[in-house]
Write a protein that binds this ligand. Sequence first.
Ligand code: NDP
Length: 311
Amino acid sequence: MENVKCLIIGSGPAGYTAGIYASRAGLKPVIIEGMQPGGQLTITSEVENFPGYPKGQSGPNIMDDIRQQSINAGSDIRQGLVTKVDFSQRPFHCIVDDEQEIVAETVIIATGATARWLGLESEEQYRGFGVSACATCDGNFFRGRTVAVIGGGDTALEEAMYLSNLCAKVYLVHRRDAFRASQAMQDKVFKKENIDIQWNSIPVEVLGEKKGFVKSVTGLKLADTKDKSERVLPLDGIFVAIGVTPVTELFKGQIDLDAQGYIVTDKGGRTNVPGVFAAGDVQDPNYRQAITAAASGCIAAVEAERFLNQN
Ligand code: NDP
């Protein structure tokens, strides 16, 4: 068993930044990185809106920088997964990798969010065999081929842009007739000749073939939202980019979550349990930017320090 002043669960911009501030406040924070060290930015190609990088920078490079800055400040960053928490009394008992117990005076939750899926049975069947949620991870397998990106937000348009530089053709499939993405991103997409936008279209089935143990995607069946007609796009890969779900399964029944599963916090990142704070996408259904996540990590750490001073 180990006693710590501040345990940070998760390692995106929120977790690492909380580590920078908690370290400088003398809280000697321990950060448990979780399943995807660095968080969602590690699967983002080019980031042009994070201050301090006037020429843009790759997501993984930005996260390497923030992680190193957190270590330099004093964060004790560890690989592992928090598998159980008990917030019923303070200090809080947390279990890492089902075996190691950490007893924390304060906890900052920064577990972020993960990709949402369409929920089709055929999507599930071909996930990892042509259906992906990460263009930067899997785009290379589809060099010179035809793919579809599903969604109309910034992620979908960014993925479509990235893939358009690798693939012969990219269908961008959106369920409405207007994108949700920022105007800057839309302007880029509209200029790309090999991005073919399929408006008012809902994916209804992933089509594929099986040869022995090998499965591959051959097409995507779409339903038109206006006239209900169905059509098939012949293609080799499908990238689903329809938003995210907060990673809060571990905290159900321990702290207040909203109807979508986001942790409910006040302006200071405080949850309903005194001493437990949350930062980043796990508590933010609105902005979900790397910079807002980093800022909320700062706020949570400052409030954790204040809390410890007062208690
Ligand atoms: P968003 O929630 O912004 O967009 C999700 C998209 O998927 C919407 O267009 C939505 O359609 C569509 N969608 C949702 N569910 C379904 C479904 N079941 N079937 C078909 N389509 C569906 O998520 P993003 O991941 O794109 O963005 C998350 C946040 O991160 C945003 O705030 C975004 O601005 C930000 N971001 C910023 C970036 C940047 O600044 N560089 C890069 C990437 C993300 P509809 O529009 O009809 O609701």
